[in-house]
Structures are given as C-alpha cells and as structure tokens.
Design a protein around this ligand. Structure first.
Ligand SMILES: C[S@@+](CC[C@H](N)C(=O)[O-])C[C@H]1O[C@@H](n2cnc3c(N)ncnc32)[C@H](O)[C@@H]1O
Length: 300
C-alpha cells in the first residue's frame, strides 16, 4: 500500500506505528503470502490469545494451500490447539465489489483438491454458508467460545457471513483475537474485511483494539489483528442452546457431504441488540453414520 494510504489509516484510527511488525528487508522479491513479516505478525497475534480462552475454537476462513493454517497450528501445538479450516477449494465466490480489487469468482482455486495439513488441522470443504453453521452448532460453540480467528477470505460478503455466524451463536468473547489478512489499504480494500469487522462490532456491540499490523512490500493492503476488549452482547450466560446437540465423532477431514454431523436441531438465543430469527434446524443427513450411542439419544 502507498505510504500515504497507510499514514491516513493509522492516523484516522489512532493506531500507534509501534504496532507494526517490521517488514522483512532481506528478501526483496517475496510474495504477499510467504512474506516473513506476515508470518511474524500471525505468530504475534496468536500469542495474544488469553490463557483462559486457549481451550476455545481456533478457526481459519480461507485456507487455500494451507500455508497460514499449518503455520498457526504448529505455533499452537504446545497447548494442544486443534484448528478448523474452511474453504471452498474452488476459489472465491462471485461478488460485485470483489471484482474491483481483482477478487473475482474462482480466484485462488485449487480445483477442489485439499491441501496437506498437520494432524491438528481439520478441513471443512464447501461454501461458508453451508460449512460454518454446521461446525459451530455441532461443536456447541457458545460454551467454548472462540480463541482465535484468521480471516483470509478477502471478500466483504464472506467475512461478514463468518462474523455473523460467530456473533449470532454467542461465540465471540472478550479477549477473542481476530486477525485479518487484508484489513486496510485503499478505499476499495476498506470496503471488505474492515467494513465487515465494524458492522459486526456495531451489531454485537463489542469494542476492539488493534494489537499488530504488517504491511507487505508492493501490496495495496495491510494485514492486522484486533482483540475484542468488551463483552459482546451475544456472549456469556445470556446465551443458551435451546435444543440438544448430540456428541460428534472427531474426523480429520470433513467433506461437505453431511456424513457424521450430529446436530439434530439447534436454536440459539442471544441477548442481541435486535431480535434474531431462529437458525434453521440442521438435520442429520446420514443418521446411519452416527455412533450408536448418539443415535439412541435422539429426542422422539
Ligand atoms: C487468499 S486465499 C487464502 C490463503 C491462505 N490463508 C494462505 O495463507 O495460503 C482466500 C480463500 O478464501 C476462500 N473463500 C473466500 N470466500 C469463501 C466462501 N464464501 N466460502 C468458501 N471459501 C471461500 C477461497 O476459496 C480462497 O481459497
């Protein structure tokens, strides 16, 4: 991003320049994805998860070749974190505003093939609107909360969908770290992740503070991490799960086929600023795939 766009953003948001992870000057031709300062920024951000939240969910939205999720999973192995990574693996969905910054439909595709991941990473292949609710409901996210989210899905629509899914299930906590890969830069870039973050903060009434940022050489955008500093309206005891959730069998890779998902019906009730429509019931598509014990526990 241009120095002026950076200065304008830092000033406008009262972000101390000291929060910048210094750029890596040793490798001049490095790509935006392998830039060492990007990885140092992610390492710093994930270290900021408070110990009381470390048992919570560790999530990445936008996995592609698994570069960042494998890095984060290795970094958090010491405290036993398990990562859930979400991606279509066929690239970005179509979005009018994405086209303007080069994020058209199909960009970043892997043609459906899954990348190799560490053993503490589970992949959820499919579009977020299908895969994210399924995991969050099955894992009973409101009780565990979210420790860390790496949002690298680029588009406003995808990022907003994720934050809505987390907020509406009471999964965001005071202390949750949200790390964005393209948070600020030009006006066109600000219309994506940054817009989605601020809309979520307004809707779920949480405050946040910047904890670090990194600027990649020759890139139009900067990645940044924020920490939620106030209790979101949807978090804590005001939130309860109205319908029973059956235990899930752990699997390393969840293909978006409905097999092994064990949420019968979940309705989340949150103390949200405005009434929420109940989430659609999620039906088990392959009941025979459920463990016997879980199948017996189903309500009549
Ligand atoms: C920039 S890439 C992620 C790069 C990755 N984090 C890394 O470090 O290598 C963005 C990814 O977001 C995925 N994506 C964006 N919106 C999505 C959506 N609504 N559903 C599923 N995947 C989505 C795309 O498929 C793409 O692979």
């Amino acid at each position: 991003m241009s120095p002026s766009a950076k200065q304008k953003f830092l000033l406008a948001h009262n972000i101390p320049p000291a929060l910048e992870v210094p750029p890596d000057d040793t490798k001049r031709s490095i790509s935006a994805h392998t830039d060492a300062s990007r990885l140092r920024h992610l390492a710093f951000a994930v270290d900021q998860v408070p110990p009381r939240l470390r048992h919570g969910l560790h999530l990445e939205f936008g996995v592609r070749n698994a570069l960042s999720i494998n890095f984060l999973a290795a970094k958090t192995d010491a405290y036993g974190a398990v990562w859930d990574g979400f991606d279509s693996f066929v690239g970005l969905p179509s979005s009018g505003s994405g086209e303007r910054v080069g994020w058209g439909a199909g960009v970043f595709t892997r043609h459906g093939s899954l990348p190799t991941v560490r053993t503490n990473v589970r992949l959820h292949a499919g579009w977020f609107n299908e895969t994210v609710p399924r995991l969050l409901d099955a894992k009973h996210a409101s009780t565990r909360g979210v420790a860390f989210v790496h949002l690298d899905a680029d588009l406003y629509e995808s990022t907003a969908l994720v934050l809505e899914a987390l907020g509406s299930r009471c999964a965001l906590r005071k202390g949750t770290v949200l790390s964005f890969d393209e948070l600020f830069g030009t006006a066109a870039v600000l219309a994506h992740e940054y817009r989605a973050l601020n809309e979520a903060a307004a809707k779920w009434q949480f405050k946040y503070e910047f904890i670090s940022y990194a600027i990649t050489r020759k890139s139009a955008y900067a990645r940044a991490a924020v920490r939620i500093t106030s209790r979101p309206q949807s978090a804590g005891s005001a939130c309860r799960l109205a319908a029973p959730v059956l235990p899930c069998r752990p699997r390393n890779v969840y293909i978006d086929a409905g097999v092994n998902w064990c949420v019968i019906a979940a309705t989340w009730e949150c103390s949200a600023p405005e009434p929420l429509s109940p989430l659609a019931a999620i039906q088990v598509q392959h009941a025979s795939a459920l463990p016997r014990r879980a199948a017996r526990a189903r309500p009549p």
